[in-house]
Design a protein around this ligand. Structure first.
Ligand code: XMP
Length: 513
């Protein structure tokens, strides 16, 4: 690491990214690596500290991930969390057993405030527990520094060896003083100064990009989403007109989205870059005509996107670099620590494979989503672009159940625009993970005026989620739903019924296809 940093070793816990994020919130750079990262590599990286994550295994399981004792003897401060704490105890001769009472959820923990790890933390503090095994007895040389009514070793330390372990999860919000504990670890135990900041990231990256690109030509596929937008602006600041942004309007964008993107990045926008908008609606609709099967639809949209992008890249000619808006969670999801190849990423919606690029540029590779948003603000991107909700690459194609037709696109665009407007007006937008309208393939009988109608049903979806892997249907106020419903049936021709989706994920998914 060329800067002070902490390594998180991933033992399969669900919160590994969250731990890294919390560390970065202390202005300390942090990377997540697989639990079996080579010892020599760790020595070479020379981190200020290491954190072991939790994980679903028992230390006694045959195939459970382990750590070599040598790692605990490097003299680098280590904090073990949940499974990581049990592993530390197990490897150093303590005893780990199935807890007579498993603890799950918010739990009151009594702590030793004299420990540096708990400096400034209340004597009795609420922590998030999630375990079936526990440390029954700490290894010799360790001091127990926290317990609960049923967990004798909720935390332990060996200050001489700079080893610390907590059974609970300081990284989750439900651990009320977790952020303080993590800051104590990074600053007071590992000795970090905390000089990782977003403005220095933006400045430094612009200089690095200039050096790397020289006088080369760069191509960037813009989707309108926050990641590619921030990547494009970073590049625009670094190399100006050497950059060309290609924005493919596949006719499956939200209402006015194409124009919004063009207003920011096009000729009248603030960035003075080469911007190509390809209006490919008809092509996409023709390819999708009559296709009902969701995966087939996704494939067609992805492939057609590639074809259009390829054609534009060929027209520009001799492009040296391709920009991708890959962010750190993409890197983690596509295989920890593996270097990115053009095929392992999917966030640009599919990219050509055979165009002759000298190099792929991924300037946001080390940032989490919220950090990307901060970088976007730092770069002066408008807030409505920076904070927009996730929108899938296949766009409305997967919010139109069954075959895509221009009429259904119009209906879902209009209904969605009304829904979003009302949610914003009611001040609910900041508290929802994702919300949108979809069009079902169902038509049903209604009556409007004195006429019989036989029209489509719109489905409204709103979910609360932090990671988009699981989600709960949001309990929207009835009056807001009522207002949205009456506006949609009155204002959107072709709709006579509005339904609300109460299903969580699982068993449903957030999108419909
Ligand atoms: P699901 O529907 O799987 O969606 O619960 C989880 C999250 O992923 C988004 N999503 C996509 N994003 N390309 C994307 O870039 C896709 O093909 C895609 N499919 C789903 C979805 O909007 C939600 O945020």
């Amino acid at each position: 690491m060329d800067k002070e940093g902490i390594i998180v070793l991933d033992f399969g816990g669900q919160y590994n990214q969250l731990i890294a994020r919390r560390v970065r919130e202390c202005n300390v750079y942090c990377e997540v690596h697989p639990y079996n990262l080579d010892l020599d590599k760790i020595r070479e990286m020379n981190p200020k500290g290491i954190i072991f994550t939790g994980g679903p295994n028992s230390v006694y399981g045959e195939d459970s991930p382990r750590c070599p004792k040598e790692l605990l003897e490097l003299g680098i401060p280590i904090l073990g969390i949940c499974y990581g704490s049990q592993l530390m105890a197990y490897v150093l001769g303590g005893s780990v057993a199935t807890a007579p009472v498993s603890e799950y959820g918010r739990t009151e923990v009594e702590i030793e405030t004299s420990s540096v790890l708990f400096q400034g933390v209340s004597e009795k503090t609420i922590c998030w527990m999630s375990h079936t095994d526990y440390i029954e007895k700490a290894p010799a040389e360790f001091k127990v520094i926290a317990h609960t009514s049923v967990c004798p070793v909720a935390a332990m330390e060996c200050t001489e060896k700079k080893l610390y372990a907590v059974q609970f999860h300081p990284e989750v919000m439900h651990t009320q003083e977790g952020a303080k504990m993590i800051a104590n670890f990074t600053h007071n135990i590992c000795g970090c100064i905390g000089n990782w900041k977003m403005d220095s990231f933006v400045e430094k990256t612009i200089i690095e990009l200039r050096e790397r690109i020289g006088s080369g030509k760069v191509l960037c596929g813009l989707s309108g989403g926050v990641d590619s937008a921030v990547a494009a602006v970073l590049l625009a600041k670094a190399i100006g007109k050497q950059l060309t942004c290609v924005f493919v309007d596949h006719g499956l964008l939200r209402k006015n989205e194409g124009d919004d993107v063009e207003a920011v990045f096009g000729p009248d926008g603030a960035y003075n870059l080469n911007f190509i908008r390809v209006n490919a609606q008809e092509r996409f609709y023709a390819k999708l005509a009559g296709i009902e099967e969701p995966e087939r639809k996704r494939k067609i949209i992805g492939e057609e996107f590639i074809r259009v992008f390829e054609e534009e890249a060929e027209k520009i000619g001799a492009v040296d670099f391709l920009v991708q808006g890959t962010i750190y969670s993409d890197v983690i999801e596509s295989g920890l620590g593996k270097s990115a190849t053009i095929k392992s990423h999917h966030n640009v919606g599919g990219l050509p494979e055979h165009i002759d690029f000298k190099e792929i540029l991924e300037p946001l590779r080390l940032l989490f989503k919220d950090e990307v948003r901060n970088a976007g603000l730092e770069l002066g991107l408008p807030e409505h672009l920076v904070f927009r909700q996730p929108f899938p690459g296949p766009g409305l194609g997967i919010r139109i159940v069954g075959a895509v037709t221009p009429e259904k696109v119009r209906i879902v665009q209009d209904a969605d625009a009304i829904y979003r407007e009302e949610i914003e007006k009611a001040g609910l937008d900041k508290n929802l993970g994702q919300y949108f309208a979809a069009i079902s393939n169902m038509r049903s009988v209604g009556c409007m005026g004195d006429e019989r109608t036989y029209d489509y049903a719109i489905v409204l979806r709103a979910v609360n989620t932090s990671d988009f892997m699981t989600a709960e249907s949001a309990a929207l106020p009835w009056d807001v739903l009522g207002r949205v419903t009456s506006r949609i049936v009155n204002e959107v021709k072709g709709v006579n019924r509005v339904l609300y989706d109460c299903t969580g994920k699982p068993p449903a998914t957030i999108e419909f296809e």
